[in-house]
Design a binder for this molecule. Sequence first.
Ligand SMILES: Cc1cc2nc3c(=O)[nH]c(=O)nc-3n(C[C@H](O)[C@H](O)[C@H](O)COP(=O)(O)OP(=O)(O)OC[C@H]3O[C@@H](n4cnc5c(N)ncnc54)[C@H](O)[C@@H]3O)c2cc1C
Length: 317
Amino acid sequence: MKVIDHINNAKGETLFSFEILPPLKGTNIQAIYDGIDPLMEFNPKFINVTYHREEYMYKTRENGLLEKVSIRKRPGTVGICAALMNKYKVDAVPHLICGGFSKEETENALIDLHFLGIDNVLALRGDAIKTESNFRPHPEGNQFARQVVEQVVDMNEGQYLMDDISLDPTNFCIGVAGYPEKHFEAMNLSTDMQNLKEKVDAGADYIVTQMFFDNKKYFAFVEKCRAVGINVPIIPGLKPIQNLNHISFLPKFFHIDFPDDFANALTKCKNNQEVNKLGVEWGVQQAKELKAAGVPCIHFYTMSKSESVKAIAKEVF
Ligand SMILES: Cc1cc2nc3c(=O)[nH]c(=O)nc-3n(C[C@H](O)[C@H](O)[C@H](O)COP(=O)(O)OP(=O)(O)OC[C@H]3O[C@@H](n4cnc5c(N)ncnc54)[C@H](O)[C@@H]3O)c2cc1C
């Protein structure tokens, strides 16, 4: 079932959903199930599975020279989606990125999803490869998420890349990403929002936000979206902070700020346990306020660790 249908069927009730990462290559899928099992009691309507592109590493050859090798550390997005739908009877939302994909490879990935009965996709650009400073699209691929949306919409209308004849139409519900604190490459929030509007006008059914720790930023973002004519559901994304490393990692990696109250409280935490406890308390507070405001769904970034999300969900759902 489509995410947008879950939202419409809920008739104003706030849904629960979460995102997982495929496990590191060579890890058993049981690790994924162990993370998901504790969250199933909260009746998630869908589970997102991220997509991770290749990275470059240097390996020392026998002759001592370095060799640049390409590796995908977390493959398996499509397989995990199919496994989740089969095991939990829950809808899976695979993430589909531009980076590393030609348009034909995107089309083929969508055909796989269609054949597997997956009705949803989150259309993204993806980030630059870790060793590169800027995002570079595949020479025959899509440059912006909007173009992925357009490609999916074409396929939903039976238009594939190869020629003009109408083929078996797909039936995907399309989500896209939004950034309450601005995408880090955008000149300002207004241009970022215009680009977001283009994605929605191209056919996106809903938006999922980047994580944020200040609900005021989400509410202001929704207000600005509505003012520029973006009228689709905007699902807030929450991430419970879990350890001392997150204090510097999350702002740096996701280009987000902690509000003053939260930052002050974090400064006083002496160990991982204290950060984790504060993360749950903050998450409960955020989620309760968002739910009271009638958001369509609260989407949790688990980063494949479910304890904190479970503790929050227990208080809120
Ligand atoms: C909910 C969520 C899930 C994510 N999941 C993944 C994942 O699974 N795998 C992964 O690799 N990454 C993931 N990301 C990260 C995402 O890929 C990066 O943030 C990426 O840098 C931008 O992706 P996007 O889809 O928002 O890009 P876009 O919407 O294409 O925007 C990218 C930048 O280009 C600008 N832009 C857009 N259109 C134009 C235009 N026509 N002209 C000029 N500038 C333009 C935008 O303002 C923005 O600054 C996720 C992010 C979110 C919020």
